[in-house]
Design a protein around this ligand. Structure first.
Ligand SMILES: NC(=O)c1ccc[n+]([C@@H]2O[C@H](COP(=O)([O-])OP(=O)(O)OC[C@H]3O[C@@H](n4cnc5c(N)ncnc54)[C@H](O)[C@@H]3O)[C@@H](O)[C@H]2O)c1
Length: 439
């Protein structure tokens, strides 16, 4: 890993390849354009707004992260997207209904200029969608080549120095591992024979990795975990990250649950339900897509509460997650959590969380941060799974056999210490004894 002055500079343009031009992508692009024009602030973005403490508390060195590490500038981002519908980013943003028309009109020319490429898609993997703006090819391998052609053309036309690809398209149906996922040869053979265990999201990831482009998986789909793609990322020396942007109810869980464990309070029930009316909600109304999401959402509490280490507190935990498609609310999701906890002598208590959330408002800055940080990782020569970016993921990927860290505060420490390490600054342990005794 390259450190400090060895890190390649963020000079030139960074191409951002967005798979899916729906609520998250359009909220992200419109937000970046609005921030560039000084209309809005990058609220919710760690890379843009957070500071980082360096050295001792007495040194008063707390620069903004974006001034501390060499990140790409918002002015240097150029966008390309793929979608199964032809709508440009302005029309798609209006349809998504997240941002008001008044704001969208201020960045209208920029949004109109982002017209999606034809997608690699099959409704076998997203049952509720039927698009027409879709690539045709003899087999999945050929479709991957078409994606690579799109990328090369975009890079040449815009004179781009670097690229990052992010999956911000619909959640695909639940897929199990299949032996054809084991290595690159069997995977490529599977693409040529149109094997059903190769989903569109894997074809996009393959195309990116083959071109040495970092890939981020914003949905819970089985994707980068398959050995073939992991091996390809290593072989091409590309950093990757996944999966499923951490927003909404899961964000709240990873904020609240670590507190229960820190105080040694028991939890025996956690019932979470949501109403959501955007296209993502409609897709998740299909049981097969919901299953993919459910697995991602359920794993969070298990790893934070560590039932095996604290059986008296968490072994009977009943955790249930429900998502209900309810069109009147659009993107403005409402979630209810009923948490049954217990304290001293086993006395029960209840906590209710009612979060009137805006999913894509929470997701857009996460997408921005992931793009900027994974581009930084690439310039540092880091490759494979980037566990230091766990902070942003609902189901963070790890090295095989390692359990993920889901506690938001451990994730934050990991993120900031990695940035300190990159820049050859001391890691912060929070020991603090040196302020009281001679060391
Ligand atoms: N909104 C959030 O806060 C949030 C949080 C975590 C994860 N996610 C995930 O991010 C993804 C995007 O969410 P969203 O709210 O923008 O959904 P959305 O339905 O508004 O947008 C998804 C877009 O992807 C397109 N699409 C589907 N399959 C495609 C393919 N194969 N190639 C290209 N385009 C394709 C759809 O046509 C749609 O326009 C979903 O998988 C969702 O589960 C969203």
């Amino acid at each position: 890993m390259l450190r400090a002055e060895e890190i390649k500079k963020a000079d030139g343009k960074l191409g951002v390849l967005l798979v899916g031009l729906g609520a998250v992508s359009t909220t992200f692009v419109a937000g970046v354009e609005a921030i560039k024009k000084g209309i809005s602030q990058p609220i919710g973005s760690v890379s843009q707004m957070a500071t980082i403490r360096l050295g001792k508390r007495t040194e008063n060195r707390t620069p903004l992260i974006k001034d501390f590490v060499p990140l790409a500038k918002l002015e240097d981002l150029k966008f390309l997207a793929w979608d199964i519908f032809e709508s440009d980013a302005y029309e798609a943003a209006l349809k998504a209904g997240v941002l008001e028309k008044e704001l969208l009109d201020k960045v209208e020319p920029e949004l109109h200029s982002l017209k999606p490429q034809k997608a690699v898609f099959s409704s076998d993997y997203v049952k509720k969608l039927h698009g027409t703006h879709v690539k045709q090819g003899a087999n999945k391998y050929e479709l991957a080549q078409q994606l690579m052609d799109d990328i090369r053309k975009f890079q040449a036309d815009n004179n781009l120095d670097r690229l990052v690809m992010a999956w911000a398209a619909s959640t695909e149906v639940y897929l199990e591992f299949n032996p054809i996922h084991d290595n690159l040869d069997s995977f490529e053979e599977g693409m040529r024979s149109n094997h059903p265990s190769i989903a569109p999201s894997m074809i996009y990831a393959y195309a990116a990795l083959k071109l040495g482009i970092p890939f981020l998986n914003g949905a819970p789909n089985l994707n980068l975990e398959i050995p073939a793609l992991r091996k390809l990322a290593e072989a091409m020396q590309v950093p990757v990250g996944g999966k499923d942007f951490k927003t909404g109810q899961t964000l709240m869980k990873t904020i609240v649950a670590p507190g229960f464990k820190a105080r040694m309070l028991g939890v025996n029930g956690w019932f979470s339900t949501n109403i959501l009316g955007n296209r993502d909600g409609e897709v998740l109304d299909d049981p097969e897509s919901f299953k993919t999401k459910e697995v991602s959402k359920l794993s969070v509490l298990e790893t934070i509460l560590e039932q095996d280490k604290y059986p008296e507190l968490y072994k009977d935990l009943y955790h249930k997650v429900r998502i209900n498609y309810y069109p009147p609310r659009g993107d403005n999701k409402e979630s209810w959590d009923n948490i049954d906890i217990f304290g001293w002598l086993g006395y029960p208590m209840q906590i209710k969380i009612n979060f009137l959330c805006r999913d894509s408002i929470l997701a857009a800055p996460v997408l921005l941060d992931l793009i900027l940080f994974i581009d930084l990782a690439k310039r540092c020569g880091m490759h494979g799974v980037q566990e230091w970016l766990s902070f942003f993921w609902k189901s963070p990927m790890t090295a095989p056999g390692l359990y993920p860290e889901n506690d938001l505060f451990i994730q934050q420490t990991k993120l900031k210490n990695t940035l300190r390490y990159m820049m050859k600054e001391d890691l912060i342990t929070h020991l603090g004894l040196e302020y009281y005794h001679e060391m």
